[in-house]
Design a protein around this ligand. Structure first.
Ligand SMILES: [Zn+2]
Length: 403
């Protein structure tokens, strides 16, 4: 019997039922179209149980039947696929220079993707919460107009988020001890769906697994290339959060003890020597956070035009990044490290020096088999991952009630 508990406690009937509903839902997500017999054969649940679970999932409009298909053996079977069109999962990312909101349906099809510039570094936490609540309300209202039920909302933040959804420190936003989850639920006036908060790098890693080309990679590290640099670590197929949820703060590994000052109060951290800030400090020291995208565009143009100063700078930043990635490769031996955020447009110039330095410093031959790749999800990766976290919670048994 499958139970929701890892320990030896017996699960009660409702737990077992919820878990088995989730088992069937996940099986159909991964194998659709498939029949009830396929589900029974692969999950070990008996056929009567599968029929009852499938009926329940159809009632909840999470699955639907499609046409009959001739089985290779035996009678024609009614095939099942994910439905989920009446649902939406919402992800919002708040960062130093923007707020992004995305909504996807149960299948993960994107329903909307909005990006607004937002002065995160000069706003108070209260102003940021009001702005996140405002954009979330607009998304919810759009979903209601489309007759979709909201399954949940996750907010991505560039900082240390504890297991209760409070932000302990977000250096680039200037936040300390902000109860984002609680305050947001209040601002949304008890919205009737779960509200979660998570670190942007963790959510970027989840997005790469669910929406990127790395669905089958069990050991993956996602690196945010925002003003902050963080890592989301998936090992053995699971996101690793650590004791209090603070895994992956690689942005403050020291690369150069004599390097430039970092926002964290130390010197020569990865963020200060290999982050986007390190690029802009030398090319556009007076750039406003609101213009980051424009400034990065300008750097891309100069690099394409063969500007020696910019090319040398990007080579240096890439090598510094590689020094940091070698620590990651030595510590967790990922199959792939994915660079996201502003590293994506700059990747043509960063990737080679970063890879070379990482390989040189990793102790295992060939960097322990680690590939360095660039995210295909663009600037919306953390917000997409935030929506993915809502889908993950549905897939693990937090199902919407039957209509
Ligand atoms: Zn630092």
């Amino acid at each position: 019997m499958i139970t929701t508990h890892n320990g030896p406690q017996p699960a009660d009937f409702t737990d077992v039922r919820a878990t088995n509903l989730a088992v069937v839902l996940r099986f159909v997500r991964e194998n659709a179209p498939c029949s009830r017999a396929d589900i029974a054969a692969s999950t070990g649940l008996n056929k009567a149980t599968v029929s009852s679970l499938v009926a329940d999932l159809i009632d909840r409009r999470l699955l639907r039947e499609t046409g009959l298909t001739e089985n290779r053996v035996g009678r024609p079977a009614t095939m099942l696929v994910l439905d989920g069109s009446p649902y939406a999962a919402i992800g919002v990312e708040v960062n130093v220079d923007y707020i992004t909101a995305v909504a996807v349906d149960l299948k993960g099809e994107e329903l909307l993707n909005w990006r607004r510039s937002f002065p995160g570094s000069t706003s108070s936490a209260g102003q940021a919460i009001a702005a996140v609540a405002a954009i979330a309300r607009r998304v919810v209202s759009r979903m209601s107009k489309e007759a979709r039920q909201v399954l949940g909302l996750t907010v991505a933040v560039p900082g240390l988020v504890d297991v209760q959804g409070a932000v302990r420190i977000a250096p680039n936003l200037g936040w300390h001890d902000v109860d984002l989850c609680g305050d947001l639920a209040k601002a949304l006036r008890d919205p009737g769906f779960p509200v979660m908060v998570d670190n942007d790098a963790n959510l970027g890693a989840l997005a790469e697994r669910r929406f990127g080309p790395h669905g089958n990679v069990d050991d993956l590290v996602y690196i945010t290339g925002e003003v902050g640099v963080g890592a989301g670590v998936i090992m053995d197929g699971r996101l690793r959060r650590g004791g209090r949820g603070y895994t992956g703060e690689i942005g403050h590994i020291q690369i150069d003890p004599l390097g430039p000052d970092c926002r964290c109060g130390r010197r020569g951290c990865i963020e200060a020597t290999a982050g986007i800030g390190a690029v802009l400090a030398r090319t556009a020291p007076d750039a406003s956070p609101a213009d980051l995208e424009l400034e990065i565009d300008e750097i891309v143009q100069r690099a394409r035009g063969g500007d020696r100063e910019v090319l040398d700078l990007l080579a240096e930043v890439g090598a510094n990044l590689g020094k940091g990635l070698a620590v990651v490769a030595n510590l967790v031996n990922p199959e792939v490290i994915v660079l996201g955020g502003y590293y994506v447009p700059l990747a043509p110039w960063l990737l080679a020096p970063a890879e070379e330095e990482m390989f040189r410093r990793a102790i295992a031959p060939g960097g322990g088999g680690c590939r360095l790749e660039v995210s295909t999800l663009g600037y919306g990766a953390a917000a997409l991952g935030a929506a993915a976290r809502v889908l993950d919670s549905v897939d693990s048994g937090r199902l919407p009630a039957p209509a």
